[in-house]
Design a protein around this ligand. Structure first.
Ligand code: AMP
Ligand code: MG
Length: 649
């Protein structure tokens, strides 16, 4: 096997990963280079130990309780005095001239024939060997009580050390401190304990394009998502996260930052720059930071192939892939086990649940693939919908309930297969209402109103046809759609089929968009604008994907013409608006609310119908009724109109 790390063969700009390790092999090598290791420990005050691992066994320094203690409000007495007591034959005891509250040191001995009032938690006075509850006594004449039942010695008394005996080992090294452990330690007076010090983790984002949240977006820039996500995930897994910011792809500056970080941290985690493109420099630096250097660069994972694992003079140095979803997966799958082990914490155990796969999921042969899924209740089993928008999409991670794993040797998962989902949360969250189909910002208004009233809604964007298929399989309540039938020249109704009815939604005005001030379009009618655009060789269009209603419209407008830009075919209304706003195209067709939000000029064309396919069998469900009521309410209609939609009558 070729063991020369490919990262040392740089200089040509675009390189290939020559040594791809399996996930298992990469993790094994990484752990072998890091463990065993001496965990640094520190003393901490109790209140600052939550979630940390105990570094040494802890024994009780005192007895708990420290003295014989009453467990009830009552009277301390000698059990022998009541040996003959019964309903018929009450025993009279004279009260001693003190009352023992919590924190009171008793002064008077309990002699035969006497009793001392005592509160729950009060120390047992000398001579007493049992407590009788106040409810089981009767006041006699001044200064005495009557008891009509016998008691056994030791009744309602907790003896010294019965909870924790001095010298007894209470907690073993390695125990993770929770509130119960803190309670136990506090009860025996321990103020500080030795714990495994949290590993100090430096987090650093790389990329010329990165801005921090809060900064204003400039052209070609994106917000740094990895820095905040990784910092939070480090904290969640027992590390002390220190986010150092985003650094440009400048080898000298990055190397200085990495060296500074390594000097004062136990772990260094970067993201981005690990592919083998010309601008990817971070992996080149690692070889110079310490021995043995890179352990794995290129792991047979999907997402996450460019992951780079290194150890520099005993410290793990990790470069996560730049795409946020890839960064998250590789962090959870490959870094969390190591981080927790360094922190002295046990491996993470995630809940799993059995589900069915709704359709065939293709997978790349040779890579362990993680597919994020959202769960919905099918007719019998839970069904797991891939939420994938690709590894570049942050929402595919944030909105998923968990993931399924497709082994490296499989090239797909067949429809209907039963598999396990690893959950991101301790329990499955089954929503009240499931909406699967085409997404629209108008839908967010309805869902928002439902959520505010306590109905939990899951809305999965899989396109109109995907939603209809889910409705037919009984996996959703409603399927939003905007399908144009060219034969009948009508929307949606021709597609429904048995057991599915139409709930009218709203109309979305489709129109031609352009940048305000563009004289080729401004103030012109549709035909004039199109013929002008076709006549101008510099006028670039942006199209839509085959199968979309908008595409049918565009093809009608163009006839046989194929102007420049025709093959640019994005899949969403927003992408069209962004292309025109950012001057990558001069015109396209999108819906009015999107054009308005992007600040574009708009020439109206025709109305698109956005409606809902309702599974008739589910119509009476309370959540469906709530949806119908909300979508027809005057408030929602007004909100839809404000956003630029026209509610269906
Ligand atoms: P790279 O591995 O640097 O080539 O990055 C791969 C992709 O991930 C590029 O689209 C980057 O813009 C993106 N990316 C890199 N770092 C981040 C980050 N910190 N937050 C969000 N996206 C990122
Ligand atoms: Mg980069």
């Amino acid at each position: 096997m070729n063991t020369v790390p490919p990262s040392t063969r740089h200089g040509t700009g675009q390189e290939q990963f020559l040594t791809i390790l399996s996930r298992e092999e990469a993790l094994a090598r990484f752990e072998e280079a890091l463990f065993p290791r001496q965990a640094p420990t520190e003393k901490r005050v109790l209140s600052e130990t939550l979630g940390l691992a105990l570094a040494e066994d802890v024994a009780a320094p005192v007895d708990v309780p420290p003295f014989d203690r009453s467990n009830v409000d009552g009277f301390a007495l000698r059990a022998a005095d009541l040996a003959a007591a019964s309903q018929a034959c009450p025993v009279r005891l004279v009260l001693n001239a003190e009352s023992i509250a919590c924190g009171t040191v008793p002064k008077i001995s309990v002699l035969a024939g006497t009793a001392t009032p005592i509160a729950t938690g009060g120390p047992l006075p000398r001579g007493a060997d049992a407590i009788v509850m106040v409810e089981h006594t009767h006041p006699a004449e001044a200064g005495a009580i009557e008891v009509r039942r016998a008691v056994s010695p030791g009744q309602f008394v907790s003896s010294a050390g019965s909870d924790m005996a001095r010298g007894e080992v209470l907690l073993r090294a390695g125990t993770v401190i929770g509130s119960r452990e803190i309670g136990m330690l506090a009860a025996c007076g321990i103020a500080r304990i030795a714990v495994v010090r949290k590993p100090r983790v430096a987090i650093l984002s790389t990329g010329d394009e990165l801005l921090q949240p809060g900064e204003s977006l400039r052209q070609a820039a994106i917000y740094d998502a990895n820095g905040p996500i990784i910092s939070a995930a480090v904290t969640e897994n027992g590390g002390e996260a220190n986010f150092l910011g985003a650094f440009p792809d400048d080898e000298a500056k990055l190397e200085a930052a990495m060296r500074d970080a390594l000097a004062v941290h136990d772990v260094l985690i970067l993201s981005g720059g690990t592919s083998k493109g010309a601008g990817d420099v971070s992996h080149r630096i690692i070889g110079r930071l310490g021995k043995p250097g890179i352990i794995a660069h290129g792991v047979a994972l999907k997402p996450g192939k460019p992951l780079c694992l290194a150890v520099c003079d005993g410290k793990p140095v990790i470069i996560l892939p730049g795409f946020p979803t890839s960064a998250m997966f590789t962090f959870h799958d490959m870094i969390v086990p190591v981080l927790r082990r360094i922190a002295g914490l046990p491996p993470r155990v995630d809940a799993q649940v059995a589900v069915q796969v709704p359709f065939r999921i293709p997978s790349e042969l040779g890579r362990t693939e993680f597919v994020m899924v959202s769960l919905v209740q099918g007719q019998e089993e839970l069904v797991a919908y891939p939420t994938g928008k690709g590894s570049g999409a942050i929402t595919s991670f944030a909105q998923a309930d968990g993931f399924i794993r497709i082994e490296a040797l499989a090239d797909h998962m067949p429809a209907g297969l039963g598999v396990q989902v690893t959950l991101f949360t301790p329990q499955v969250r089954i929503p009240d209402l499931v909406i699967i189909g085409s997404h629209c910002i108008g839908l967010d208004l309805v869902v928002g109103a439902l959520s505010a009233n306590g109905t939990s809604v899951r809305s999965l964007a899989v396109g109109s046809l995907g939603g209809l298929a889910a409705a037919r399989r009984g996996e959703c309540d409603l399927a939003p759609m905007h399908l144009f039938d060219a034969k009948t020249r009508s929307y949606n109704t021709p597609f429904l089929g048995d057991g599915i009815e139409l709930v009218p939604g709203w109309r979305r005005m489709q129109g031609l968009v352009f940048r305000p001030g563009d004289r080729r379009f401004e103030g012109r009618g549709v035909e004039e604008a199109i013929s002008g655009a076709l006549a101008d060789p510099d006028c670039l269009m942006v199209n839509r994907n085959q199968g979309s209603g908008t595409r049918i419209l565009i093809d009608q407008l163009l006839g046989p013409a194929r102007p420049d830009g025709y093959w640019n075919q994005p899949r969403s209304h927003n992408a069209v608006a962004a292309a025109v706003a950012q001057e990558r195209a001069d015109w396209g067709v999108t819906i009015a609310p999107v054009a308005r939000a992007a600040g574009l000029g708009f020439i109206p064309l025709t109305e698109e119908h956005y409606d809902f396919a309702l599974v008739s069998a589910r119509k009476e469900r309370p959540a469906v009724q709530a949806f119908l009521a909300a979508s027809q309410s005057p408030e929602i209609h007004a909100a839809l109109e404000r956003a630029g939609f026209v509610p269906a009558a």
